[in-house]
Design a binder for this molecule. Structure first.
Ligand SMILES: [Zn+2]
Length: 478
């Protein structure tokens, strides 16, 4: 039996950084309805049951109201929706959870980062931590369904360690943030299903539906130890023409993104060369220099709203002239950097990961090409972020925002050896992949010490590749 004290929901970082303000007070009738349905205890001296505050109490009320108001219908089972949830989502929660306890931060119930959870000795109660104040009605509803699934079978739906992606051990995070597989129908499968049903409900706003779809895809990619739908490790290739493909070296498959040709890119306004690709925690994100749009929805179907999050917001708010010089983005990751940077032709604008401090670094002494990082090759060190210059030399970026802020460009350390390639990634122990400065995609055969063309990319010229990202063409079907 694994030692599980609390099922901590960690889904909110950092994709959940939506900075939702409390705009309206919760209705007294909704409060009364919640208190009539559950036994509610406030053990948190710092928490006031104020219907107009933005705190864990209003987040919980809004989450329960969201479940109650969710349009009911009979759902059809398919590869994205196993129909674990009944048409009445509130009923799913209510039949499992009788008590709600607001709990102070720290200690056994609310360790750092915890928003809400279920204790292994008390499956009928939800513990709500102060950090749940970051949730809005939609994300709170998802968290409540997820946690209530843990009460089924008295902990039958334990989490297990992830083997890949942001929560895989390679990046220092061995938290139990995965279910074994989608068919296990665990708590992540329940949360995923809620996102899918939200995405497929036409009465919701396009912005909410896009958010739900993005979260569904992220769950599919990140939260199953055995990823479903053929999801696997690959690389995004962007051709000189701007078209984007997904390349799986292990399967020797090169697939255009979008199930009907290149829908993904077609969605962006012309011209396509204005598209810049980035990998956000192993998930592809696209920046359009021309329009200022940032997309992580990976499909044209309902992506009418822009991606949320502070980096996307900053990019959108830049002047058109500055956006035209945009080159790349680097996101903070555990063990690498604690800040995020938008890279331009002559500068980079960096923000500490808590969003509370910014620095603009003058790079006019360089000719930046892009960031490269953590690709596990003989050339590039793991868990180090580099800035690649067009002269072929890489500059090591400082690990901390404090060093970057104090020393600016002087905190970048030039590598002694010329790098020689524009992109590189380790794809297996015996083979690495590189992009030449002339746009050719090549394998470096480590043991033979030689370069050979990637057969699937023969005759094609690429502007960039990035990865690893986890993806499957089947995700386009959602
Ligand atoms: Zn859980």
């Amino acid at each position: 039996m694994p030692r599980v004290i609390l099922f901590v929901l960690a889904l909110i970082l950092p994709f959940g950084a939506f900075a939702v303000e409390q705009e309206n007070c919760v209705a007294e009738a909704d409060r009364d309805w919640v208190h009539n349905n559950f036994t509610i205890t406030n053990n948190d001296p710092g928490l006031v049951f104020d219907l107009c505050a933005k705190n864990s109490y209003t987040a919980l009320l809004q989450g329960l109201v969201f479940l109650r108001e969710f349009p009911q219908k009979e759902w059809t089972v398919d590869q994205f929706d196993q129909n674990i949830l009944p048409s009445d989502l509130f009923d799913f929660f209510k039949t499992r959870i009788a008590r709600i306890e607001f709990t102070p931060a720290g200690g056994e119930f609310c360790p750092e980062g915890a928003m809400l959870g279920i204790h292994k000795d008390d499956y009928g109660a939800i513990r709500v931590c102060p950090r749940a104040s970051d949730l809005d009605g939609f994300t709170a509803a998802s968290a409540l369904l997820h946690e209530s699934r843990h009460s089924d079978g008295k902990g039958r739906y334990f989490h297990t360690n992830c083997h890949h992606g942001r929560f895989g051990g390679a990046h220092g995070n061995t938290s139990r943030s995965c279910d074994s597989h989608l068919g296990f129908k665990g708590a992540y499968a329940v949360g995923l299903e809620f996102y899918v049903k939200t995405y497929r409900t036409e009465s919701f706003s396009p912005a909410l539906r896009q958010r739900a779809r993005s979260l569904a895809i992220i769950d599919l990619i990140e939260h199953f130890q055995n990823p479903p739908l053929g999801i696997g490790k690959g690389y995004l290739l962007q051709a000189e023409s701007g078209e984007v493909s997904f390349f799986r070296p292990d399967l020797e498959e090169l697939s255009p993104l979008g199930s009907a040709g290149n829908k993904l890119v077609r969605f962006f306004q012309e011209p396509m060369p204005s598209l810049v690709l980035a990998s956000r925690y192993f998930v592809p994100t696209m920046y359009d220099k021309a329009s200022g749009m940032v997309k992580d929805c990976f499909s044209p179907s309902v992506c009418e709203a822009d991606a949320a999050g502070m980096v996307a917001q900053e990019f959108r708010e830049q002047s058109r002239a500055k956006r035209a010089e945009f080159l790349d983005v680097a996101y903070s990751t555990p063990n690498m950097i604690n800040y995020t940077c938008l890279l331009y032709a002559n500068s980079m604008d960096c923000t500490r990961s808590d969003g509370q401090a910014k620095v603009s670094v003058d790079l006019s002494a360089l000719r930046p090409e892009k960031f490269i990082h953590a690709n596990g090759t003989g050339w590039i060190k793991n868990d180090v972020l580099f800035l690649l210059d067009q002269d072929g030399y890489a500059y090591k970026m400082p690990a901390t925002f404090a060093a970057l802020e104090a020393e600016r460009a002087a905190s970048l350390v030039k590598e002694e050896e010329l790098l020689g390639f524009r992109s590189m990634a380790g794809v297996s122990s015996r083979r690495e992949m590189v992009l030449s400065w002339t746009g050719d995609l090549l394998y470096y055969e480590v043991f033979e010490d030689r370069l050979v063309r990637v057969p699937q990319a023969a005759g094609l010229k690429f502007r960039t590749f990035l990865g690893p990202v986890y993806w499957s063409p089947a995700l386009d079907e959602l």
